[in-house]
Ligand binder design. Structure first.
Ligand code: 5GP
Ligand code: 5GP
Length: 247
């Protein structure tokens, strides 16, 4: 845990649909534990600011601090503004404690079996899911004000409490090679099934078709309870119809 408390506003619990990670142009690889179930898998638990902070050239970052930028400024209320080099925005903390960045499986040994089921890697860089978990801990977990064990345990508990695959299926939104679903139906199903609004991200399959890729559920600062998402997010969806591909 970093010595100074991080002042973020909420977490995103991000879950990825494995079919949508795998059917893109770049593809995927299965972990050494075998093909994961056709279920959403955890990507990460990410501390977030509700509003991005402007970073002027003269402001600089504290030592060891990194800027969460990329398309990050879209998460702020200043949608549509372009930001040049001199007007960067910091929308989340990351890499908060290099001294506490290493993760050993021993530290989460009682969670490893659930992690392998609920948080499997699909990356081709490594077939070992611990590499994925370590990266997520280092980048996001060190900013969470939680210890390693609590950080992973809370993400697992939240995922287990709301089975997104089942919630979507109950609304008739099931994996299919051909069917498409409206984004608002997906969004409403999640709000109804969990009690809270979430943000949705699309990507494109190898044929360029929009599909549901990740669900961003919002979580309180303790990593304990879902909340309604305080800010919208760019969906990266091009139309209103999305696929939920088979896996
Ligand atoms: P991408 O650019 O693919 O959306 O995101 C790349 C990486 O940036 C993510 O894997 C994540 O580590 C970080 N990231 C993207 N969006 C957010 C966000 O809203 N909050 C936080 N905390 N990290 C994000
Ligand atoms: P982020 O997008 O969180 O910054 O980066 C995720 C990192 O974890 C990338 O370096 C990616 O290669 C690695 N990674 C390992 N397994 C997975 C996975 O299943 N999904 C995603 N999105 N990234 C993974």
């Amino acid at each position: 845990i970093s010595s100074t408390a991080e002042e973020f506003d909420f977490f995103y619990l991000v879950q990825q649909w494995p079919g949508s990670f795998c059917d893109t142009w770049s593809g995927c690889c299965f972990p050494d534990t075998g093909k994961p179930a056709a279920d959403f898998g955890i990507h990460g638990l990410w501390p977030n600011y509700a509003k991005c902070h402007s970073l002027h050239d003269d402001e600089g970052l504290a030592a060891g601090e990194h800027v969460g930028d990329v398309n990050a400024f879209f998460h702020s209320t200043s949608v549509g503004r372009r930001h040049g080099k001199n007007n960067k925005k910091k929308c989340w903390p990351e890499y908060c404690d290099d001294g506490n960045a290493a993760l050993s499986p021993w530290e989460i040994r009682d969670l490893v079996a659930s992690m392998e089921t609920s948080w499997p890697t699909l990356s081709c860089k490594s077939s070992q899911s611990i590499e994925f978990w370590s990266y997520e801990w280092k980048k996001h977990g060190t900013c969470s004000n939680l210890g390693k064990h609590d950080y992973f345990a809370r993400a697992l508990a939240l995922k287990a409490a709301y089975n997104l695959t089942a919630i979507l299926a109950a609304a008739g939104i099931v994996p299919s090679a051909t069917d498409t679903y409206s984004l608002s139906d997906v969004s409403n199903a999640i709000a109804k099934g969990t009690g809270f609004t979430a943000n949705l991200e699309c990507n494109r399959d190898a044929d360029g078709e929009d599909q549901l890729f990740q669900v961003y559920q919002c979580v309180d600062r303790d990593g304990a309870q879902l909340i309604d998402c305080p800010v919208p997010m760019p969906t990266k969806c091009h139309g209103d119809q999305v696929k939920l591909p088979l896996f």
